[in-house]
Design a protein around this ligand. Structure first.
Ligand SMILES: C[S@@+](CC[C@H](N)C(=O)[O-])C[C@H]1O[C@@H](n2cnc3c(N)ncnc32)[C@H](O)[C@@H]1O
Length: 319
């Protein structure tokens, strides 16, 4: 009872209600909440303390940044969802906050697009700077198994390297990316690498242009750490997969290289294996034991490969 009263007290305050309405659109860093709500950081921190103590938000410190998000389940989440269902989406403050949120997200997207357009030409060299690309690629091929695939989709394809890597394993492949420069280079690489049956096009991995259940292999190689909503990208990949299809994600294990945020547009400093597994399971996938390739540099960057298969629907055979 006391917990419920504390939660209701915490929620019953205008700024805190606005924070919850914002977090319903996905996780946000403290700096972003400050920008959107136009509050000082100390004031925001006081509100976040209340919300965290009441179990209405989760606090996720990551290097110099702190992220907040709504709990994925439980009483706190049920309470937030139920209270937010009474908040009108047309309320002027809610509308203004949503507009500010869209501006903040658009600015980040533009900065990331500029970065990738700038680095596209050197990307095939840059890829191996933080971890030996050959080691990752052979581990990835091994984890993919001997199976051949009918239709591969590569999320955030960049210069198309994943498509070239898997070229003997699929009949058709499509890659999507938001950087036109990367896509131009990918087209040329796919031609040089002689990959018939493969193409790339402009598309956002948050809302990809693919129909449900068309692919039997989806790859997401070094893309999730740029994302505002990495969990949503996993769900989108699961949507595109056929039952029985395979998702392979490669990303950094948690690290402390803040310069990757400041100089290379990373948003997340790697991912805990468990966190990614939770997203995989929540998206209807069955994860296998992840493989971690330990750090080989002073930077301490380790790489993890997650493999998961989409569960067939009950009464349906796997692809
Ligand atoms: C680090 S590069 C990795 C490229 C490729 N997967 C590789 O490993 O070489 C990340 C790529 O994701 C793309 N990207 C970032 N956000 C995206 C989004 N929302 N939708 C599609 N592509 C995105 C970038 O343009 C960039 O080409």
């Amino acid at each position: 009872m006391q917990q419920l009263i504390d939660s209701l007290r915490s929620i019953g305050e205008p700024t805190r209600l606005r924070v919850l309405a914002l977090l319903a659109h996905g996780e946000l860093a403290v700096g972003e909440l400050v920008q959107i709500l136009r509050l000082s950081q100390p004031r925001l921190s006081r509100h976040m303390k209340f919300l965290t103590a009441a179990g209405l938000v989760e606090r996720l410190p990551e290097g110099a940044w702190v992220f907040y998000r709504l709990p994925s389940s439980g009483t706190g989440r049920a309470l937030v969802d139920s209270v937010l269902s009474f908040v009108s989406p047309d309320d002027p403050e809610v509308v203004r906050d949503r507009e500010n949120l869209n501006h903040v997200r658009a600015a980040r997207k533009t900065a990331a697009e500029d970065y990738f357009n700038r680095t596209a030409e050197s990307w095939d060299d840059v890829r191996g700077h933080h971890y030996p690309a050959d080691d990752v690629e052979s581990a990835l091929l091994k984890a993919a198994g001997q199976k051949s695939y009918n239709y591969m989709v590569d999320f955030g394809t960049g210069t198309g390297r994943m498509i070239s890597l898997f070229k003997d394993r699929f009949e058709r492949a499509e890659g999507i990316d938001l950087s036109h420069k990367m896509l131009t280079i990918a087209r040329s690489n796919l031609q040089t690498d002689d990959v018939p049956g493969a193409s790339v096009r402009f598309g956002d991995v948050i809302a990809s242009p693919f129909d449900d259940g068309i692919a039997d292999l989806v790859t997401i190689h070094q893309v999730l750490h740029y994302m505002d909503q990495p969990g949503r990208v996993v769900t989108e990949a699961a949507r595109v997969l056929k039952p029985g299809g395979r998702l392979m994600i490669v990303d950094f294990a948690p690290h402390r290289n803040e310069f990757l945020r400041n100089e290379h547009e990373h948003r997340h400093l790697g991912f805990e294996a468990r966190e990614l597994e939770n997203w995989l399971v929540a998206s209807g996938l069955k994860p296998y034991q992840p493989i971690t390739l330990e750090s080989q540099h002073q930077s301490g960057l380790a790489v993890t490969i997650w493999t998961a298969d989409k569960l067939p629907k009950i009464g349906e055979n796997a692809a």
